[in-house]
Design a protein around this ligand. Structure first.
Ligand code: FES
Length: 127
């Protein structure tokens, strides 16, 4: 039975990579949203209606966009940046401006406009 589940997950992942099926982004406390494969995580969160902070505009300098990765698939926008301890906070906390959606993903946001009282910051460039 678990082999069947693994095969099913692999098929879904291929369909998501090819754009036939949109990955699901589960944001703890906010819900589950269909998102585009390859989209920057910080933008996927914001476009899902969650006012995550991104005070430096997605330049990887402020850490206000950090999220806790609970499970799922993502890629780094820059492998070199991912190796830098400044960008790799710990096993679960990552900068959402430095990640892209690669499949279903479950996260918890840390700083939002509502819980910080701060403005979100300039929208990160790109997709
Ligand atoms: S580190 Fe500033 S927006 Fe990501």
């Amino acid at each position: 039975m678990s082999d069947f589940n693994e095969i099913g997950k692999t098929v879904v992942r291929y369909f998501q990579e090819w754009g036939f099926v949109m990955p699901k982004l589960h944001i703890l406390g906010f819900g589950e949203f269909a998102v585009e494969t390859g989209k920057k995580l910080v933008l996927a969160i914001e476009d899902s209606g969650v006012n995550i902070l991104h005070r430096c505009g997605g330049k990887g300098k402020c850490t206000t966009c950090r999220v806790e990765i609970l499970e799922g698939d993502y890629t780094e926008t820059s492998p070199q940046k991912a190796l830098d301890s400044k960008y790799f906070i710990d096993d679960q906390l990552r900068l959402s401006c430095q990640l892209r959606i690669a499949g279903d993903l479950k996260i918890r946001t840390i700083k939002t406009v509502e819980n910080s009282g701060l403005e979100a910051g300039p929208r990160p460039l790109g997709q």
